[in-house]
Write a protein that binds this ligand. Structure first.
Ligand SMILES: [Zn+2]
Length: 249
C-alpha cells in the first residue's frame, strides 16, 4: 500500500501519506515514502497539497514528525467530518494508540499527535468540490465518517477510492464489508454509488489496498474487475500518477 502523487499545473499533490516509519503488526516493510518521492524528484518542500482520503493510521503516517509538518509548504486537506470524529476522543479511537518504532521502542507520542502537528496547515473540505485543476473530491462515507474518493478528472477519469473500497471484489459485491468499516451499511451504500459510476466501463479506479496498488476498471457487461495497470511505473506514465510508497505485505 502507499500513496499517489499527482502533478497538475504548478501543484504537486500527495494523496494519502502511508504508514510512516512505525511498527505495525501486519506490515513488515514500510517507511519508504520520502525515499520514493526523492526517486521521482520530489522533495518534501515541493509538495503543495496533502489530500487524505481518511484519517486511519495507515494513511497519515508521514504527515508530521516530532510535532512538525513533514511537508512544510503544503495545505493539508481532509473531510471535516473525519477531523471532528478522530479529534473528539471517540472511544476505541485507533489514533489514541502509541506510535512505536520498528524496534518496538515507544516514541512517546500517539497517532493523534501527528494530526496535531498539521493542525495549523489544515484546510478541511466539507462538501464535494474541486480541489485543484482536474482534481475533485467525492464524499464516500461509511469506512469512516469523512471517507472520500479523489477524482482525477483532467484526462483519463480515475477514481482513487481510499479505503471506501479495500479490495476490488467489493466493487462487484458492494455489500462485502471490511472489519474496519465504522458504519457498514453506509459503507456499502457508498460502494454501490461508486459501482454505478464505474459501470460506464471506462472510468479507472484504484485504491491503496488493491493488490500491488493496481489500477483498473469494471468490464462490460457484468462488471468484472479488470486490472489495467499492475505495474506502478506503467500506471504512472499512463495516468501521470506516481505511486511513491509501496509497502510489502
Ligand atoms: Zn487503509
Amino acid at each position: 500500500m502507499g500513496g499517489y502523487l499527482v502533478r497538475t499545473g504548478d501543484r504537486i499533490a500527495l494523496i494519502d501519506a502511508g504508514y510512516g516509519p512505525y511498527h505495525h503488526r501486519s506490515i513488515s516493510a514500510g517507511g519508504r515514502l520520502l525515499t520514493s518521492l526523492a526517486a521521482v524528484g520530489v522533495r518534501p518542500s515541493d509538495v503543495t497539497d496533502v489530500m487524505l482520503t481518511h484519517l486511519h493510521p495507515d494513511h497519515i503516517g508521514w504527515i508530521a514528525r516530532n510535532g512538525e509538518a513533514v511537508f512544510p509548504r503544503a495545505r493539508y486537506r481532509c473531510h471535516a467530518a473525519d477531523w471532528a470524529y478522530f479529534m473528539s476522543g471517540t472511544s476505541g479511537n485507533p489514533l489514541a494508540a502509541p506510535l512505536v518504532h520498528p524496534s518496538g521502542k515507544g516514541t512517546g507520542a500517539t497517532w493523534l499527535d501527528l494530526l496535531s502537528g498539521v493542525e495549523n496547515h489544515l484546510e478541511p473540505w466539507a462538501s464535494d468540490e474541486r480541489l485543484l485543476a482536474g482534481v475533485e473530491v467525492l464524499h464516500t462515507p461509511g469506512h469512516t465518517p469523512g471517507s472520500s474518493t479523489i477524482v482525477l478528472a483532467g484526462g483519463q477519469r480515475t477514481l482513487l477510492v481510499g479505503d471506501a473500497v479495500h479490495c476490488p471484489a467489493q466493487l462487484t459485491e458492494p455489500g462485502l464489508c471490511s472489519t474496519a468499516d465504522v458504519d457498514p451499511v453506509l459503507a456499502a451504500a457508498s460502494r454501490e454509488a461508486l459501482r454505478v459510476i464505474l459501470a460506464d466501463g471506462a472510468t479507472l479506479v484504484g485504491g491503496p489496498h488493491f493488490p500491488d496498488m493496481s489500477i483498473g476498471r469494471l468490464g462490460r457487461p457484468g462488471g468484472c474487475w479488470n486490472p489495467v495497470f499492475t505495474d506502478p511505473a506503467a500506471a504512472a506514465a499512463a495516468a501521470e500518477l506516481a505511486l511513491p510508497e509501496r509497502i510489502a505485505p
